[in-house]
Design a protein around this ligand. Sequence first.
Ligand SMILES: NC(=O)c1ccc[n+]([C@@H]2O[C@H](COP(=O)([O-])OP(=O)(O)OC[C@H]3O[C@@H](n4cnc5c(N)ncnc54)[C@H](O)[C@@H]3O)[C@@H](O)[C@H]2O)c1
Length: 248
Amino acid sequence: MARHAIVTGASRGIGRAIATGLARRGYDLALTDIAAQEKVLLETVAEVGKLGGRCIPVLGDVSDIGDCRRAVAEAVQGLGHVDVLVNNAGILRLATIDELTTDTWDQTFAVNTRGVFQMTQAVVPHMKERKYGRIVNIASLAARTGGPGQSHYAASKSAVVGFTRVSSMEFGGYGITVNAVCPGIIVTEMGMNNLRDPERVAYFEKVTDLHRLGQPEDVVGPVAFFASDDSAFVTGQALNVDGGIFYS
Ligand SMILES: NC(=O)c1ccc[n+]([C@@H]2O[C@H](COP(=O)([O-])OP(=O)(O)OC[C@H]3O[C@@H](n4cnc5c(N)ncnc54)[C@H](O)[C@@H]3O)[C@@H](O)[C@H]2O)c1
């Protein structure tokens, strides 16, 4: 039976790379993104669909519980069943603590943290019924360290790692594993927040063991591992995928 996955925030960047990588591994996919990204999402769905498997678009905002429930229902209806949820959608709005507004704090948590909870809660009844599931949460190197201007982002991603651990405890008995991936500095639109200054780029290249920045494709293998049965006895973990920039 073909494996089926939902990838949130999949129209571009790391989500798009994960979708492409899973399609190449034979998955059928439901790709989600917000309404503002509809055109790009449809282009991505068309491109990924050329790789062979089914690929359906699902519009929805992960910070909206109704959207999450509808997205999962559309994915289950469109694909037949869902084996894997990749919680990839995320935002980064830089602001130092001095200038950070309550709105920015709340929006960051609404998408990065509450979105992971809401998509998980929406998909788990289906996975429990099937006694099988793989949930992969895209956290961040910021959950381990973070940088100036990212306090809210780092806090939201640290929360994802904590949520991953307890999800693993609560769902393990149903054959559902839950793991997190913590990407380092990855060249995407979001990653550009860290990369506008050439001196910062040179610094990151110097302090990374592999002496290069990450590409979205660098995140795919670890996600595919956690999504697969090769990781059947691995759960509650958070894996750094950062070229060797931080150790924990
Ligand atoms: N790029 C990096 O350096 C880096 C490092 C560590 C972790 N991450 C994480 O990886 C994930 C992907 O990041 P990226 O670099 O590809 O960023 P990106 O900004 O290129 O892509 C993020 C995607 O999420 C979507 N999205 C945003 N808000 C959403 C919402 N409310 N509902 C549904 N979709 C929404 C966006 O429209 C976009 O398509 C994020 O969770 C991010 O925090 C990125």
